[in-house]
Design a protein around this ligand. Structure first.
Ligand code: ADP
Ligand code: MG
Length: 618
């Protein structure tokens, strides 16, 4: 198509210029040829006139006197001396005439009507066929007038040889001139067409290139006219386009470089475009996917991808972003993060743009993380149990003491009763009275043993409403005796009617035991061994938390250890004395209860720990 059009505009211009040339040449030819002809005829006429005048002059007397021999002789001589004169006729008014040709002469009584020329006054000639000489001649009539008397006419026949030659050479010259003009004209028209159409064609070529998508094209035209202005405007337009338009190639390149899979469907949900990443992920060729329904790519059924998928997509606000399973060509399920969005154009659904990110690696990592977390939880559970057992071992001695006292009471009562019964000096009422402390202390021992058993149980119980004061009391049930033995004064500032917290009593008791044991160790290690342990329970100012403050008069925690004490296995105690797990496990348990544990202050005066647990909301 371009080639045809190119010749079109060039040919048009060329033909136009050429035709114009031909018209001009023809115009000049038609104007020039008759003039030339006339000029030649005029010169012939002048020649005939000169000859006629001379004859009329020389023969004036002979004509008047009708001296025919002289007339014949003179004119024959003249005819012979001048071959271009073909005949001379001397015609008298009455019709008598002398007719002389090159080689003969005759007399005639009447005159040939054709010889007369429509004038008597004006000298005139015309071209006619002459029977006399059997050829075309320039026939000239000259009136013979002497002293205002008309005697007749002198007719001359001049040869057309020179005239024809002149006409021919005129035509030849005209032809040559025309050819020269034509040649120059063709060349000129070509040059004209070329210079005129070249910049237009160049501009058109640039426009075509731009239309094909090459936005870098510029028209280089320097004609200093409107076409150059047009080219400048075109270049400006191309530049703006280049700046504002993202070319198809560029977009294609981006899509192919994407690591995510991209699938674009038509408004009816058929695959319209896929990128390389999709083909690689699913193992299809492009041809296998194009025009297929989108749900070919998925495993299982999905309301989103069934017939009413666009409506369903509307439920997601035109966007869908979920983990989904794609199905490869070989049927392998591939987990992806799949997002889809409806593509609109002028409020019309154009299709759906889907991007899928392969998350197989992430899934594996997640599973490994899950496993690691599970392992860690198990290990932590074991650790807690180990720590608990360790503290139970430690507690055993204290519990032994704890049990010792009621046992002593029971034994004393039984000894007294035995002795009194042996002596039969005791009444029933008295026996009952003495059995009462036995009963009470047995109960207390059972309490302690029960609690020890419960505490050492591994299982976690579901969270329940808990009175923190009660849990603390339970903790002292096991450790109180140990503190007494070490001369540690325990001062309890329990707020009565404390709001309950939601939690696991067993685990919270473990926390309290850990903190109390740490205080016990700190006080025992301090130079002035007699210490005090203050335990306070209260409601926080904001009424949202229950606070448990455990304050001792031990040696405090060196500041460089402060950020380490909650680390697992961090201990300053000798091997066998401490595991370094107490605070780390306590921290974990308090976090599980949505609470917090903090060292409020520490120094040579002692250490204060605060635990905050959220009040159970109803
Ligand atoms: N009340 C306290 N007074 C002084 N130091 C303490 C106190 N509580 C904890 N610590 C320090 O924190 C460390 C870690 O305590 P913990 O985690 O219970 O392990 P362990 O008691 O087995 O050493 C202790 O070794 C001790 O140095
Ligand atoms: Mg400890």
């Amino acid at each position: 198509m371009p080639a045809r059009q190119r010749t079109g505009i060039f040919r048009k211009t060329f033909l136009l210029a050429f035709l114009l040339m031909v018209v001009i040449i023809l115009f000049f030819a038609t104007l020039t040829i008759p003039r030339q002809r006339k000029t030649i005829l005029k010169s012939m006429e002048a020649q005939a006139n000169a000859i006629s005048s001379s004859i009329a002059q020389v023969c004036a007397d002979a004509i008047a006197t009708q001296d025919y021999p002289f007339l014949v002789e003179h004119n024959l001589k003249m005819l012979q001396g001048n071959p271009s004169i073909l005949y001379v006729i001397v015609a008298y008014q009455n019709g008598f005439s002398l007719v002389l040709t090159q080689n003969r002469w005759e007399q005639r009584e009447t005159l040939d009507a054709r010889w007369e020329i429509e004038t008597t006054e004006v000298v005139a000639g015309k071209i006619l066929y002459s029977d006399l000489v059997r050829q075309k001649v320039f026939h000239y009539a000259f009136p013979l007038r002497y002293s205002f008397v008309s005697w007749g006419h002198l007719y001359l026949g001049l040869s057309l040889h020179d005239f024809n030659n002149a006409i021919t050479s005129m035509y030849v010259i005209m032809l040559l001139l025309s050819l020269a003009c034509l040649f120059i004209g063709v060349f000129g028209a070509y040059l004209f067409a070329k210079t005129l159409t070249h910049p237009i064609l160049a501009l058109r070529e640039a426009t075509n290139q731009l239309a094909r998508g090459d936005l870098t094209v510029r028209a280089r035209i320097m004609t200093r006219d409107e076409i150059e202005e047009l080219a400048t405007a075109f270049n400006q337009m191309a530049e703006n386009l280049e700046k504002t338009t993202v070319s198809k190639d560029f977009v294609r390149n981006i899509l192919e470089t994407m690591t995510e899979s991209l699938v674009v469907t038509t408004a009816t949900g058929r695959i319209r475009m896929v990128n390389q990443a999709t083909l690689q992920l699913l193992g299809y060729t492009e041809a296998e996917l194009l025009d297929q329904p989108l749900h070919l790519l998925f495993t299982g059924e999905d309301p989103l991808l069934k017939d009413a998928w666009i409506d369903n997509l509307g439920q997601y606000g035109d966007k869908y972003n979920h983990e989904r399973m794609l199905r490869s060509k070989t049927g392998v399920a591939i987990p992806v993060l799949f997002s889809a969005a409806v593509m609109y154009r002028d409020d019309q659904v154009q299709g759906i743009v889907c991007v899928a990110l392969d998350i197989r690696q992430r899934k594996i990592a997640e599973e490994q993380l899950q496993q690691a977390y599970q392992d860690l939880k198990e290990t932590q559970g074991q650790l807690i149990q180990t720590a608990k057992l360790a503290s139970i071992g430690e507690l055993a001695a204290g519990v032994a003491h704890e049990l010792n006292q009621p046992l002593m009471v029971i034994r004393t009562a039984i000894q007294f009763l035995t002795r009194s019964l042996q002596k039969q000096r005791i009444g029933l009422q008295e026996v009952i009275e003495h059995l009462e402390p036995v009963e009470r202390n047995t109960k207390r021992m059972m309490n302690i043993i029960d609690h020890l058993r419960a505490f050492s149980r591994q299982s976690q119980t579901p969270f329940a409403a808990i009175n923190v004061n009660q849990v603390l009391d339970d903790a002292f049930l096991m450790i109180g005796e140990q503190l007494r033995l070490r001369n540690i004064t325990v001062v309890k500032h329990f707020t009565p009617d404390l709001p309950t917290v939601s939690g696991d009593a067993n685990r919270l008791e473990q926390v309290f035991l850990n903190l109390i044991t740490n205080s016990r160790d700190a006080i025992t290690a301090a130079p002035h061994a007699n210490g005090t342990l203050n335990i306070t329970t209260r409601v926080s100012e904001s009424q949202t938390h229950v606070e448990i403050v455990i304050q001792d008069t031990g040696g405090g925690i060196p500041s460089e250890y402060l950020d380490k004490i909650f680390d697992p296995f961090f201990t300053t105690k000798e091997v066998g004395q401490g595991t370094g797990l107490g605070l780390s496990i306590s921290y974990g348990i308090i976090k599980e209860h949505q609470g917090e544990i903090q060292v409020m202050e520490t120094g040579s005066e002692g250490t204060t720990f605060v635990i905050r647990l959220p009040v159970e909301s109803d």
